[in-house]
Design a protein around this ligand. Structure first.
Ligand SMILES: [Zn+2]
Ligand SMILES: [Zn+2]
Length: 242
């Protein structure tokens, strides 16, 4: 298993960072986790085979995790991709898939078959990956209820296991409790360093022995922690692999 950080920025735009995108090669499978703004450019910058991507997995519908998807699909179309693509979405699959028409990405025009599926189908298709529901969006419950919005507050973290290692990608999280059953066995953890506070970060540190790559521009909120962090806690560097 190999992983490249394409976008490690947070929802706050930055001059130096792109929005969330993690590229993963898992044996023959190529998977893109999240597709924030700038992902297409980052594929080009890193010389990655964007037409080989088999699956795109969107952890949740905050724009920094999904806003690059239409552009990415257009790049595949313009480059005459033939290989089918499956996009796993956290919620509202039918509604989201219909928005492609808004961007003139009509299925009839695309050079490749595209399938949208719910993340609950992810493990059936890609048995190496399990999705775990997190509490990241729970803070919207009141406004969603009062406004009668169809949003389901679904945001997921992922545990990816291959024959050689186990990697956790938290995506955005508030608490880390849903990850703790997996952290001890993990070989690497890609952790949201922006929304998590010192208490939550410490829980992960105490319950793991591996490298922890912090994403989402963690220095914004955890700067005061830097001196106390063990060496295995590192900032995820864009365009780097592990
Ligand atoms: Zn985010
Ligand atoms: Zn988010």
């Amino acid at each position: 298993m190999r992983i490249c950080f394409l976008g490690t920025g947070s929802g706050l735009p930055s001059q130096n960072l792109h929005h969330s995108a993690i590229y993963l090669e898992l044996q023959q499978k190529k998977i893109l986790f999240d597709c924030g703004e700038g992902t297409s450019k980052q594929f080009l910058t890193n010389g990655l085979p964007f037409n080989d991507v088999d699956y795109i997995v969107i952890s949740h519908f905050h724009s920094d995790h999904v806003s690059g998807l239409y552009q990415f699909l257009q790049m595949l179309y313009i480059s005459k991709r033939c290989k089918p693509l499956t996009v796993f979405l956290p919620e509202q699959v039918t509604f989201f898939s219909q928005t492609l028409n808004l961007f003139y990405l009509f299925k009839e025009k695309l050079s490749y078959d595209i399938c949208f599926a719910g993340i609950e189908e992810l493990t059936t298709t890609v048995p190496e990956v399990i999705a775990i529901l997190s509490d990241h969006l729970n803070g919207y419950a009141e406004i969603v209820k009062e406004g009668g919005y169809p949003n389901e507050l679904r945001s997921y973290s992922f545990v990816i296991t291959s024959h050689d290692k186990t990697v956790i990608y938290s995506s955005d999280i508030s608490s880390v409790d849903h990850l703790l059953p997996y952290t001890k066995k993990a070989d690497s953890i890609i952790l949201d360093g922006s929304h998590t506070d010192a208490t939550e970060l410490n829980k992960i540190i105490e319950n793991s022995n591996c490298k922890i790559y912090l994403t989402h521009n963690p220095t914004l909120r955890n700067l005061s922690l830097q001196n106390d962090l063990p060496d295995r806690i590192i900032n995820a560097e864009e365009n780097s692999w592990f």
